[in-house]
Design a protein around this ligand. Structure first.
Ligand code: KIV
Ligand code: ZN
Length: 511
């Protein structure tokens, strides 16, 4: 359909390739459910051949999602494609997305293959993929720096072999809108049977042009955009889903197409992804930033009060902004708690899981009185940590901080089942707490980032802390939430240590 723009979300694959953004299987499932609720057409669930963990996550998402196509990435080799096909077996609708580099520099220096070999490998890969599904996407990696004649040749060959979506990635974010649009126009014009496939684009944001390039390509005939929530992704990220969707919707007069996205689910999706990955959203970020709809200047405020459209081109509520909705309180019962979790798409594994989460909910509600959706998400994120992932666990902690005195923290940490007590001084209570944890853990990790955000409004809000640690080239993000931000900091640090401890090994598809 010429007026339907397919939204292909790759938060769970390219987004997860951001340093420190790796997610557990359950976290990926929660995001996948939210993407389905938002009515994304295609969810790229991961790269099945990367690790057993990635395979399991793709399979679990394939088994759960019914209203979106579930896709797995696969390099153009038999093993990757078979792993993708097996992981997608339970899907109601599954797509294999295979790719190979086509730019002279990638073919010569990275693949060490001739152009003829690259075409042959691409064709073979599509043929292998056809054993599993008829929905096959082919990507020419680094298309943005590839020769146009070669792109036309390889696209023609893979379409003949059975590819149904042809993706043109600007892998290194090098293109500018006019030039990228010209590339799309040329391949669509020159490749035989180009009207039988969907033309897709996948733009990286190294020059801040990912959304502009994607939209220029839509004007040139692309009908699938690959994007991520909050623009998460390798290096400077991918095109931001929310910006692409709201631009084509707000300016239908220009683009002549629309998506099937339920835009009211955009802000909840943004918050979920930011909470799980620990990548905060900048306040002035379009659509999903905290200030995106805040009018500060008197002239603007006056105009909006008199007639909203004077300064507003979209309505905040149409993209899912609403006052933090009070959902539950300390008198809410187990049933209300269960129902709200179900409405939010948060999985409850067993009655025992529910009982445990409900006990923690009651304890938090005692301190906090009013509980919002965001609080439930944070609480359930902590609940999703399995005992195998909990090498270190905080048993108790305290700290002292007084003007003119050196801050001090003390805590009991359980490491591999044994209790360890420790104390430390620091430049502040958080610093002292981290030192006390390290005196037991001795991880040797470097702290790259420490950030605190308030989950909701008010001084009784939970603080959500993100800690990014690096060790031997591995980067992980840990999260913790609590009404006491020093406790939240300890939880986040321990969560990051536990992630460093886990043996998950994955390969980046582009390496
Ligand atoms: O950026 C890129 O080229 C990719 C491909 C695998 C589509 O992520
Ligand atoms: Zn990419």
């Amino acid at each position: 359909m010429k007026d339907h723009l397919v939204i292909f979300d790759t938060t769970l694959r390219d987004g997860e390739q951001s340093p420190g953004a790796s997610m557990t299987r359950d976290e990926k499932l929660r995001i996948a459910r939210q993407l389905e609720r938002m009515r994304v057409d295609v969810i790229e669930a991961g790269f099945a051949a990367a690790s057993n963990g990635d395979f399991d996550a793709v399979r679990a998402i394939a088994a759960t999602i019914k209203d979106s196509v579930v896709c797995s990435l696969a390099r153009a080799n038999e093993n990757d494609i078979r792993r993708a096909g097996e992981a997608l077996a339970p899907a109601a609708a599954g797509r294999i997305h295979t790719f190979i580099a086509t730019s002279p520099i990638h073919m010569e220096k990275k693949l060490r293959m001739t152009p003829d070999q690259v075409v042959e490998q691409a064709v073979k890969s599509v043929v292998w993929a056809r054993e599993y599904t008829s929905d096959i996407e082919f990507s020419a990696e680094d298309a943005g720096r590839s020769e146009i004649d070669f792109l036309c040749r390889i696209f023609d060959a893979v379409i003949r072999a059975g590819a149904t979506t042809i993706n043109v990635p600007d892998t290194v974010g090098y293109n500018v809108p006019e030039q990228f649009a010209a590339t799309l126009r040329t391949v669509i014009e020159r490749v035989p049977d180009s009207d039988k496939v969907i033309w897709s684009v996948h733009c990286h944001n190294d020059l801040g042009l990912a959304v502009a390039n994607s939209l220029a390509a839509v004007c040139a005939g692309a009908r699938q955009v690959e994007c991520t929530i909050n623009g998460l992704g390798e290096r400077a990220g991918n095109a931001a889903l929310e910006e692409v969707v709201m631009t084509v919707r707000t300016r239908r007069d220009v683009f002549g197409c629309d998506t099937r996205i339920d835009a009211t689910q955009i802000v909840p999706a943004s918050k979920l992804v930011s909470g799980i990955t620990g990548f905060p959203v900048q306040p002035n970020k379009a659509i999903v930033g905290a200030n995106a709809f805040a009018h500060e200047s008197g002239i603007h405020q006056d105009g909006v009060l008199k007639h909203r459209e004077t300064y507003e081109i979209m309505r905040a509520e149409d993209v899912g902004w609403r006052a933090n909705r009070l959902v539950l309180g300390k008198h809410s019962g187990r049933n209300a708690f269960r129902t709200r979790l179900q409405e939010l798409g948060i999985p409850i594994e067993s009655e025992e899981h529910l009982n445990h989460a409900f006990a923690r909910f009651k304890e938090l509600a005692d301190r906090k009185h009013e509980m919002f959706d965001e609080d439930l998400h944070a609480l359930m994120s902590e609940e999703s940590v399995t005992p195998e992932d909990e090498h270190f666990k905080l048993a108790s902690m305290g700290f002292q901080s007084e003007t003119g005195e050196t801050p001090r923290a003390w805590l009991t940490l359980i490491a591999d089942g044994a209790e360890h007590r420790s104390e430390a001084n620091g430049s502040g209570p958080v610093d002292a707490t981290f030192r006390a944890i390290e005196s037991v853990a001795g991880s040797g990790a470097e702290l790259l980032l420490f950030s605190v955000n308030s989950i909701t409004g008010g001084t009784d809000a939970q603080g959500e802390v993100t800690v990014r640690l690096s060790r031997e080239g591995r980067i992980v993000n840990g999260q913790g939430a609590d009404t006491d931000i020093v406790v939240a900091s300890a939880k986040a640090y321990i969560n990051a240590l536990n992630k460093l401890q886990s043996k998950v090994e994955r390969v980046n598809p582009q390496v």
